[in-house]
Write a protein that binds this ligand. Sequence first.
Ligand code: ZN
Length: 329
Amino acid sequence: MRYDESSPPLPESSTSVSPDRPWYARRSTLVVAAAAIAPAALAGWVLTEVLSGGAGDDSRPPRIVMPLAASAAVPSAPSASAAPTPAPGASAAPAGTPAPAAAKGLAGRTVVIDPGHNTGNFKHTTEINRQVDIGTNRKECDTTGTTTNSGYMEAEFSMDVSRRLRTALEAKGLKVLLTHEAGKERPFGPCIDERARIGNEAAADAVVSVHADGVSAGSRGFHVILPAKVKGGGADTAKIIEPSRQLGERIAGNFARTTGSAPANYLGSGTGLVVRDDLGGLNLSTRPKVFIECGNMRDAKDAAQLSSPEWRQKAAQGIADGIVGFLGG
Ligand code: ZN
């Protein structure tokens, strides 16, 4: 579900990300290189969209290195198609495997992962309905999140992907913090303002909040939510707009590659990127931060993927590759 929100996102016209210059179009000059190194299982939409959407942008230097090319250039980051499918429950690095020395650029860097919602929120409705200050507004402390039609909770999904993501990032030598791990220590929440504060106080170099959406069947695909420029109370996102966009673009490209999922077909104009100004977790962040909605739990096909441990490993790897690329690893 859309995290801490009961209200729908802004109208499509205002939430779409630079529809005239979608992120993939800015990389049109890298199409040949990307195609040459693209694994067989590469999500077809990326190249299709680049090829069809890049016209007219050739004069623009790519602002950001294409995630596909960047990721493929990292020898230690196996692609989903090349790596053997992990067994259910497998983590990115086998237990006992020492973490390799941090790649150049990653040493000393910190990533905060925010597992959306909490499996205990359903039992603590009074606590999570408490209003908190998000700078520009007041909102509920936290929400329950959605579930698949068979009852798999978004909070379970987000925690599982977050732990896999932590394993993948630690294997790269990064310092990783989770905002919570549910259980006895966190029977509900944290509240959205605290989730943001954890990233801020850790001076995180990147923060990612992991979610899955809960919209009507037939709506499919993933999207990454970027912070809008907001200022009010304790919220001032001016300094994180650009780095957050870069982080989000990296994650979107790599997530598409590792999972084979397409960008959401119900918002974002097919870019897989959406800007929102109503999320406390983004408004209150002073560090580069995005949310990812990995799929739609209310769509049977998406739900089948979200419920698969193998797919969740691919999802975590894609997010990890995006973060590592953003950090220059
Ligand atoms: Zn959510």
